[in-house]
Structures are given as structure tokens and as C-alpha cells.
Design a protein around this ligand. Structure first.
Ligand SMILES: [Zn+2]
Length: 171
């Protein structure tokens, strides 16, 4: 179910990559799938994500091209610590890999929704214990299912399980 038109996302101006400079969602599958996810986000989580817009950057590199140097401005500024090493500021980057162009559309939609779910849920992205990682994964899949991406969630999880079993069967 769609809660808003794509034009509303552009008008709101906070979530579309490059702050709405490239407004064409049909340029490739990643932008297309992202537009679908943003149109289908329930109001509360859409608003939550808008509040978080300054806390992350998009990185959706072109499929063609081989190398480049890109600046990512810091988005996270760790609190000062009195004793012990100070964590330096860093950029939290949502990276949509070129491989998302070649996969099934449902996988692209599910994968992008899943990453946005991690942001909405305020998940920890670094130094995770395995149990914590798996708990966060379950929560992110459950959230995108509540957004209406049930089919996409199931397909993505099936791919993950297949990869895990393949990788654990090879040394
Ligand atoms: Zn995840």
C-alpha cells in the first residue's frame, strides 16, 4: 500500500538521495526500488526517517565506472569520553551496491527496506556480538513486514539462508 506519491517525497526534500537533485526514480533499479519503499512507508516511520535524514548519507554508485574518490561528510559525532580512547566522527553510509541492479526487483526492494528499517530502529552498526546481530536482523525483517513488504522479506531471507548454507558447506 502506498501512503504518498513520489512527488511528495521530492517536495519533502529530506530523504531522496542527493537531496532531490537527481529526481528521476527510473534511472535504475535501485532508485526505482527506493522510491517504492519510501512511497510505502507508514507515516510514523516515514517521519522518523525524516528526522534521521542528517544522520546518514546515501551511496548509490554508478554501475559503470571503475574507481573514484568521494567525500563523505561525518554524520555521527561520538560523545566525548573522559578516560580511554576517543572515537572519531564518522559517516554512516547507506550503500546500495550495483549488484542490486541485477537481482530480482523484490530483492532490491526488500534489501533497501531492510537497511532503512535498521535506521528507523536505531540499531547499532558496529562491534556487534553475533546474538545482537541476529536479534537486530530479525527486528528489521519484522519491521519491513509490518510495512507491507512480506513477500520481499521472505525472498530476501531465503537468499540469505541459501548463501549461509552454501558458505558453511565450503571451506
Ligand atoms: Zn540487516
Amino acid at each position: 500500500m502506498e501512503y504518498r506519491d513520489f512527488s511528495k517525497i521530492i517536495d519533502d526534500g529530506l530523504l531522496w538521495p542527493q537531496r532531490g537533485v537527481n529526481i528521476d526514480p527510473t534511472v535504475d533499479q535501485r532508485h526505482n526500488a527506493l522510491a517504492k519503499v519510501l512511497c510505502c512507508l507508514p507515516e510514523e516511520d516515514y517521519g522518523r526517517l525524516e528526522q534521521l535524514a542528517d544522520s546518514f548519507r546515501w551511496w548509490i554508485p554508478p554501475v559503470e565506472g571503475h574507481a573514484g574518490i568521494w567525500p563523505f561528510h561525518a554524520t555521527v559525532f561520538p560523545e566525548k569520553v573522559k578516560n580511554g580512547p576517543q572515537e572519531v566522527p564518522y559517516a554512516q553510509v547507506v550503500y546500495l551496491m550495483p549488484s542490486l541492479e541485477k537481482c530480482a526487483y523484490d530483492i532490491a526492494v526488500g534489501s533497501i527496506a531492510h537497511e532503512l528499517a535498521h535506521l528507523v530502529l536505531g540499531h547499532q552498526i558496529q562491534a556487534l556480538l553475533p546474538e545482537r546481530y541476529l536479534k537486530q536482523e530479525r527486528e528489521a525483517w519484522a519491521l519491513i513486514e509490518s510495512w507491507g513488504f512480506n513477500r520481499e522479506s521472505k525472498k530476501c531471507q531465503a537468499v540469505h539462508e541459501w548463501r549461509n548454507s552454501r558458505d558453511s558447506n565450503t571451506l
